[in-house]
Design a protein around this ligand. Structure first.
Ligand code: GTP
Ligand code: MG
Length: 550
């Protein structure tokens, strides 16, 4: 069953020569295999390759473009240049056609004298005031994409766009288009992964750093966190080779070793890798992670190690997102609604997070006969779809949706986004959470196998509840907010106010474009009383990031 993500992701990547070889915990190792790539796998290979051919260069301003272009084109043909501004600093991401150019630029760069620990990487500084003679040959200039792709549109801009939309469905599409990750943001996310990989590969042979989660599953929105996973690749043992490397033995699936390993990486990151700030070690969570801020893009990142399931989960979510054009806009509007209603938060706690919230939307769409169950996707999977994560978790499901029989392509439901949004709120405002759990795998509600307030079965590991941390109080808040949303959508009137349609849900007002104070509206409180008080007891367990077993 073992399938290798890593080998696929190796194509076209440059590797700095490793100086020493050290074995790493085998819990995080994957095996080679030659399966056909899925859509997401192909995209990852493409983006990784792009990252390997790119340099991130700090410049004085976007006006440095000409000088930088003249200078860099000495080393090879430049495909594109992308400028962005963050944290009072200007950067240009330069993409070369050929990977060799990167090595040449890097060999011509030098360290600053005051450097205590000189470290080479694909992030450089183009020093101000240097005279750069123009290129003699007539290389066509790459266009400079000046993007504010990393910057969230202001509330005022969003408010204006939403206010002027023709319908609620139109508003949802506008919101999606303004919120979704830009090409530059995706490039920078892969560049960040590549940057870390450059360092780690000096210590460990064949190590990959892959992005996952909303950065690549199509449900991400600007400024969302960057989830990264370390995936080493095991070389197949060649029986004809006589000399083999000495290495330290590791204990298979030893969680303790993974934690130790991440602890060491955290120290390295904190002390030696430029641009990594505020390193936090969350090693006791079910999936131990290192949290840090990546200063060059101002992105919050989570790095984990034993987490192939999360990558396959990303693939599953991406697949569902690909199945119908309405899915991603609907998920984004619900994610933004939940954030603005303070149902989700960047801080872990007793509340729902974006991942289970997305599962709620997908489950609702299964009930609407827009999406098939995971059971169906498993049923129609082929040999090419076989994937297996740590501890033998079977992550096999159909990757090529064109192979789904027409009966399960569900083309009959053509509800508008407005209808779907309304129905989503209505569906969950009356859902019997006390008795039933949500199950994407079955595509139908199941009897709750636990005492958790909210039960959403992990689609790939069905004994787990991804909402074990959610308290009854928080569940009740979700329910009451769905009632509020229904009320807001039913009573919305463009002619009478500065805020209509989804603007009310998102607390956006075209008048002053300020967040309105959270207000209690009709229909809000009734449900809270229906749950016995002692149900609170089991809910107050924080699972930090991922769920714990029942
Ligand atoms: P945002 O970062 O909030 O935009 O959404 P996200 O989908 O990236 O969620 P998050 O960063 O919390 O997690 C990243 C990925 O890890 C998710 O997309 C899932 O694939 C996986 N994941 C997150 N939470 C859980 C969980 O509770 N259980 C499991 N098994 N996987 C999870
Ligand atoms: Mg994330």
């Amino acid at each position: 069953l073992n399938h290798c993500y890593c080998k696929k992701f190796t194509m076209g990547t440059s590797r700095l020569k490793s100086r020493s070889r050290t074995s790493i915990p085998s819990t995080i190792m994957q095996h080679k295999n030659d399966k056909q790539e899925s859509i997401l796998e192909t995209e990852i290979v493409k983006r990784r390759n792009q990252a390997c051919r790119s340099l991130l260069i700090q410049v004085h301003s976007s006006k440095s473009y000409n000088d930088l272009h003249n200078y860099c084109s000495r080393f090879g043909h430049i495909l594109s240049m992308h400028h962005y501004y963050t944290n009072d600093q200007n950067f240009i991401l330069v993409e070369f056609t050929n990977m060799m150019s990167i090595n040449e630029v890097m060999s011509s760069a030098s360290f600053m004298n005051r450097d205590i620990i000189p470290i080479k990487s694909s992030i450089l500084w183009f020093r101000k005031g240097q005279i750069v003679t123009p290129q003699k040959d007539n290389q066509k200039k790459a266009s400079l994409f000046v993007e504010n792709g990393c910057v969230l549109p202001t509330k005022k801009e969003t408010a204006k766009l939403l206010y002027n939309a023709k319908s609620i469905s139109g508003q949802i599409i506008i919101l999606y288009e303004t919120m979704k990750l830009s090409d530059l943001e995706v490039r920078l996310r892969f560049h960040t992964a590549h940057y870390l990989e450059q360092y780690f590969s000096r210590l460990f042979e064949n190590i990959k750093v892959l992005p996952f989660g909303s950065s690549i599953n199509g449900f991400g929105r600007k400024r969302c966190d960057l989830d990264l996973v370390l995936v080493p690749e095991i070389e197949e043992v060649n029986i004809y080779v006589i000399l083999v490397f000495h290495s330290k033995s590791t204990n298979n699936s030893d969680r303790h070793e993974t934690k130790e390993f991440l602890g060491i990486l955290a120290n390295i990151m904190q002390h030696f890798i430029p641009g990594i700030l505020n390193v936090r070690r969350i090693l006791e969570a079910r999936v131990p992670i290192i949290k840090f801020c990546y200063d060059y893009t101002r992105t919050e990142c989570d790095l984990s190690a034993t987490n192939m399931t999360a990558i396959y989960m990303t693939e599953l979510l991406n697949l569902y997102g690909e199945m119908d054009w309405r899915i991603r806009p609907l998920v984004i509007v619900i994610r933004v609604w939940a954030k603005n209603q303070e149902l989700t938060s960047d801080i872990p706690g007793h509340w729902i997070t974006n991942f289970p919230l997305t599962l709620l939307v997908l489950f609702f769409l299964q009930q609407k006969k827009i999406l098939p169950s995971l059971k169906i996707l498993k049923l129609y999977s082929s040999r090419d779809d076989i994937r297996c994560a740590e501890n033998g978790i079977d992550c096999t499901f159909l990757r090529n949706i064109n192979k789904l029989p027409p009966d399960y392509k569900y083309k009959t439901n053509q509800d508008s986004l407005e209808t779907l949004l309304y129905d989503f709120f209505e569906y969950y405002s009356t859902f019997d959470f006390q008795t039933y759990g949500i199950c994407i795998r079955e595509g139908m509600q199941i009897r709750k196998p636990s005492h958790s307030a909210l039960h959403i079965t992990n689609p790939l590991e069905t004994t787990l509840n991804v909402c074990k941390n959610v308290s009854l109080h928080e569940l009740n808040r979700i329910i009451s907010k769905t009632h509020d949303a229904i009320y807001a959508l039913e009573t919305t009137n463009k002619l009478e106010s500065n805020s209509w349609g989804i603007m009310t849900l998102l607390k956006i007002n075209n008048g002053n474009a300020e967040l309105k104070k959270s207000s209690t509206t009709k229909g809000q409180t009734e449900k809270i009383k229906e749950y016995p008080k002692d149900s609170y007891e089991n809910s107050y367990k924080i699972s930090d990031k991922f769920e714990v077993s029942e």
